[in-house]
Ligand binder design. Sequence first.
Ligand code: MV4
Length: 446
Amino acid sequence: MFKKILIANRGEIALRVIRTCKEMDIQTVAVYSTADKESLPVKFADEAVCIGPPISTDSYLNIAHIMAAAEITNADAIHPGYGFLSENAGFSEICNDHGIKFIGPTAAMIQSMGDKITAKDTMKKAGVPVIPGSDGLINSVKEGKKIAKKIGYPVILKATAGGGGRGMRVVWQEEEFESNWDSARQEAGAAFGNDGIYIEKFIEEPRHIEIQVAGDQYGKACHLSERDCSIQRRHQKLVEEAPSPFVDEDLRNRMGEAAILAAQAISYESVGTVEFLVDKHKNFYFMEMNTRIQVEHPVTEEVIDHDLIKEQIKIAAGVPISGKSYFPKGHSIECRINAEDPFNGFRPCPGKIERLHTSKGHGVRVDTHLYAGYTIPPYYDSLIAKIIVKSATRDEAIAKMRRALDEFIIEGRGIKTTIPFHQKLMRDERFREGNFTTDFINDFEL
Ligand code: MV4
């Protein structure tokens, strides 16, 4: 097992990793920007090293600074968390080249899922259902129109270097094809330096359901059931739950087996997530694979009763997995609490926290790096806490979440959070019936 892990991240996930390391008797190194000097990861880690100024590119994304911190502290592994360098193939490679284990997949595994056309082609060959569309890149408007006609409108144009919704355009009829083609190419080129576009049939009113997977260094893989992440706003998830109210045992088994095929197709090592779009007929299609631990991992932890960070560390250390899959017991919901004003277009609202009381009680877990007196810096993601509840049934989990949201108190000059949004959502009839798709938030009025 590792002796010392450096956590190349900040905020709640850095704290989350430190907690598991302590339980595993592994020493920890926090790295921090000058904006995070007074943060809990710095306080709770065994050692802490400043890696630069607030702007991420000069600190949390600065590979040279992070490697230097790992070398001077003699860390034998690096945990990247989510975001920042977690899906940076070059970073994974540099760590391993320096004899420091990257707690995550290899560069080749990250790369194979980073290019969406390559990923889709690999999945198709492995027998994982993919959305009907072009075989690879489209080279001209003429070729694109021909393929769109063949698969039938509406179609969606996607950037091969994209993901998370950037560079996407829905085309409803041929007359709109060319203008959407031009803008998709332009946006993709500007955002990713790669204007490669492919076409898919547009799936209307889908659900976003993802399967947590784990693969070890010996070719074994298993699934850990699904999470429903359909409640999103502008490709930012707001609420996640496990199990999905839309998934029955048969669908879970079929999606689970497909996700295992996906992981095995790239000899996946670590924990990861296979994202699917699920249509109203319960057809499911591979969308993307996330080669990292995700923000919403706690809902899976709650329903399978396992620490996913611990599993991830063990896999990186070469411990084999049993290969058996995990099925949910009970129901878990996570609400992402962001320092944003939901009444003002979810505008970020950082600032100093004067008073804080986090939700407590049976079946309530709050993953957060906040404390009274802490100042939320303006430089990073606005996620400040995750309220996670666990109950026997979905109805009880919703009731518990309502209660937990009502007793979360956060006060400070200018600080606003997404709590009022969640309070309204937990009382919404359609949400309570489990009757929602990725379009839900578009017509949800706060
Ligand atoms: C789609 C789709 C409908 N049909 N592809 C959005 C993010 C990126 N991962 C893929 N996305 C979508 N791809 C086809 N063929 C609809 C979306 C989509 C979406 C997917 C999941 C969760 C929220 C979404 C919101 C808008 C669009």
